[in-house]
Design a protein around this ligand. Structure first.
Ligand code: SF4
Ligand code: SF4
Length: 392
């Protein structure tokens, strides 16, 4: 079905505010160099306390140019800071400043930028809203690409419970957000958000923690909820009959979402699995190593987080609920996505979950797009318009 004609979108300026000077001043005045964040973070152990970094910012030390791109933006520093400071926000604003000055366009980031550009292209996107739709399922990029069968099962489950459920196959543009590409993020995410809001959507169900973070912070009228809470509240899974002990890696974009942490543990308990907590979990969790796209510019710092998980898990299987975390942690520990366990328990518990790799991942997204188009009777539908900013 074709979409109804809609009025043109009003131009939407980025809501991210360039605030580096204020952040630097706050850190210079507020940080007491207690070392609590430094003890948790290899990046800070290398570069010094946030107070020192803030004081030295702008000096000719060559390392400063790349410094903010070596922070994983995981937020553990903010969690442990007794002064309620947020070093992560400072490093993100440093990234934005570098991009604005033309210093932050590293060839090492091209791969991720290309991934996002493809994910937001007309070829891979599709929005489908049935009559009366106020809730959409937003599966994200990596999860549906690597797990199309689980994505279909998850959609069927949700559509059974949520009347008139729609779908949005698109990228939330978290990569641009975290790389400091304010203009690209603003144009891409706000265009997505406004299209949905103008057509009556008020709720977004996500499986990806990064998508959750973006919608929670910038979604405005859009309420966002994880599918884990939804599954736990609706009595699944049933009859998995697994046994044994696992640990849970809580993805850092959800560190402030205790309901999501608890929901995943509820799902595991229903399957018969015992959770043995690692030292860092819940609000105190660590990055898996993928955060902030650090690995392309500093493999050693990114790998530090994986090594933390290897030590803390003590050879137990680590269950997580982010496709990126699962892939990244798999180099260090036996890692499994909780949704693989929910929908294919025996295979996933045996370490045989079907997870596609490139180039099949792109084909999977095209096949899923075709499947959603057949499955949903859309009264509003579209693909992303071309010509959005590419963040130059
Ligand atoms: S956000 Fe994470 S990686 Fe960055 S400084 Fe804080 S704890 Fe370290
Ligand atoms: S925890 Fe807070 S006060 Fe302590 S060194 Fe880190 S930023 Fe400074």
């Amino acid at each position: 079905m074709s979409s109804k004609k809609q009025p043109p979108l009003a131009p939407t300026p980025p809501s991210t505010v360039f605030a580096l000077d204020a952040r630097l001043a706050q850190m210079r005045e507020g940080c007491i160099e207690c070392g609590a964040c430094v003890r948790e973070c290899a990046f800070l152990r290398r570069y010094g306390t946030p107070w020192r970094i803030a004081h030295e910012w702008g000096s000719p030390r060559a390392e400063h140019e790349r410094l903010p791109f070596s922070c994983s933006l995981c937020g553990l520093c903010a969690t442990v800071c007794p002064q309620d400071l947020d070093p992560r926000a400072l490093f993100l604003d440093m990234r934005r400043a570098a991009v604005r000055q033309g210093l932050g366009r590293y060839p090492e980031h091209d791969r991720l930028v290309d991934y996002e550009t493809r994910g937001t292209s007309p070829r891979y996107t599709w929005y489908g809203l049935p009559e009366g739709c106020d809730t959409v399922f937003f599966p994200g990029c990596t999860f549906p690409a690597t797990r199309p069968a689980v994505t279909r099962k998850l959609f069927h489950f949700l559509a059974d419970k949520v009347p008139n459920l729609g779908v949005v196959m698109d990228c939330c543009t978290k990569p641009s957000h975290d790389l400091g590409r304010e203009q690209a993020f603003g144009e891409r995410f706000f265009e997505l958000r406004d299209w949905l809001v103008q057509r009556g959507v008020r709720r977004v169900l996500v499986n990806c923690p990064n998508c959750f973070g973006v919608f929670a912070r910038y979604g405005e009228e859009l309420q966002v909820e994880t599918v884990y809470e939804y599954l736990a509240a609706n009595g699944v899974p049933q009859g998995a009959n697994l046994s044994g002990a696992v640990s849970v890696h809580d993805p850092c974009p959800l560190r402030d979402q205790p309901q999501a942490h608890q929901s995943v543990r509820t799902l595991l308990a229903r399957m018969g699995l015992e959770v043995k907590e690692m030292k860092h979990h819940g609000t105190n969790t660590v990055c898996c190593g993928e955060g902030g796209n650090v690995a392309p510019v500093d493999r050693q710092l990114a790998a530090n987080w994986g090594n933390v998980r290897r030590e803390e898990s003590r050879s137990r299987t680590v269950v997580t609920y982010c496709a990126g975390c699962t892939a990244y942690l798999s180099s260090y520990v036996p890692a499994v996505h909780v949704l693989d366990l929910v929908f294919f328990p025996k295979l996933a518990a045996a370490g045989q979950a079907k997870i596609s790799g490139p180039p099949l991942t792109y084909l999977n997204r095209l096949r899923l797009k075709a499947w959603f188009k057949r499955t949903i009777k859309a009264v509003h539908e579209r693909v992303r318009p071309t010509g959005l900013d590419n963040g130059s």
